[in-house]
Design a protein around this ligand. Structure first.
Ligand code: NCD
Length: 307
């Protein structure tokens, strides 16, 4: 079969997403069964932007499947610093690897990467656009914690303008029944209009608000985000907005007992460390779920290419 890429979460059908999450659960339950599933295969992690979790979880997932990893975490140490294009770098890397995970500061770079080579490409974050493998980690977390992906009341809080994890997770959740959205952000960091149009077009119920306190009692899931410093044009705006929302124990006391708190991490100030001990805090679980689901993703894309 022709190769398939994951640039946006909607590149997968809802059934394929559900199957991916099922596979992640099966791999987690019986890791030995999959320990050689990617033997003799190579994953290239090409990171043109900083990362801790995403790159290391892709790499650790591949090693756990018996595969190998090559790549770079600093494009300045590669021919990119000599002016090589994304297109040429991908063509070259596809001679050395079987699958690529790429992160790039420019929106659309992963799409270009996918169209430059004949091996599967996973978008590990392109600018403020999409981050679909994080979305799979987020969906797996919601499903494991709440037991469902439909009929969820979810609040996104913080930088909804530049936060790519928010954009991708909304795209995914719009395909499930009866999901209601609270968009909690300062005026300057509201969700882009084109995504709100998509939500309205899909018939979703959404509320835009400035107040975390007013929204929190309504929610099943609170998805906190970092203000994306690197996407700001001016430092003053960042400094003014960075501490708009800080989740602390007092604010959390108004939340339902069974609400969960998620965050793609890294956190800066937006969740106080004292919240970590609350049983509702699930952001470190989210990291583990990310590794589980990336195993399923690598395995599935390699299998589709071979079939
Ligand atoms: C996110 C990202 O890179 O978009 N982090 C991640 O991949 N887990 C969120 C962020 O950087 O704030």
């Amino acid at each position: 079969m022709a190769k398939r890429d994951l640039i946006n979460i909607t590149d997968l059908s809802t059934e394929e997403v559900d199957e991916m999450l099922d596979l992640a659960d099966r791999i987690t339950a019986e890791p030995e069964k999959y320990q050689d599933a990617c033997a003799h295969k190579k994953l290239a992690t090409l990171f043109y932007e900083p990362s801790t979790r995403t790159r290391l979880s892709f790499e650790s997932a591949m090693y756990k499947l018996g595969g190998n990893v090559i790549g770079f975490s600093d494009a300045n140490s590669t021919s990119v610093s000599k002016g090589e294009s994304v297109h040429d770098t991908m063509k070259v890397i596809s001679c050395f690897a079987d699958i690529i995970a790429v992160r790039h500061p420019k929106e659309g770079a992963a799409y270009v990467a996918a169209h430059s080579c004949d091996i599967p490409v996973i978008n590990a974050g392109d600018g403020s656009h999409f981050h679909p493998s994080q979305t799979l980690a987020d969906l797996l977390t919601i499903r494991r914690e709440k037991g469902r992906l439909d009929s969820i009341k979810i609040g996104f809080c913080g930088d909804l303008k530049f936060g790519r994890t928010v954009h991708s997770l909304i795209d995914a959740l719009l395909r499930y029944e009866n999901v209601e959205f609270w968009l909690i952000s300062p005026e300057e960091l509201t969700l882009p209009g084109y995504i709100k149009e998509k939500m309205t077009g899909a018939g979703a119920v959404w509320h835009e608000t400035r107040s975390l306190e007013d929204s929190i009692p309504e929610l099943d899931v609170l998805y906190m985000t970092r203000v994306q410093k690197e996407r700001f044009f001016n430092e003053e705006d960042y400094i003014r907005l960075k501490n708009t929302y800080v989740l602390d124990r007092e604010k959390l006391s108004a939340a339902p007992e069974d609400m969960i708190v998620m965050h793609p991490l890294p956190r800066v100030n937006e969740i106080e460390v004292s919240v970590d001990d609350d049983p509702r805090a699930k952001y470190f679980e989210q990291v583990k779920n990310g590794k589980d689901v990336r195993k399923a993703l690598i395995l599935t894309l390699l299998k589709w290419k071979e079939d």
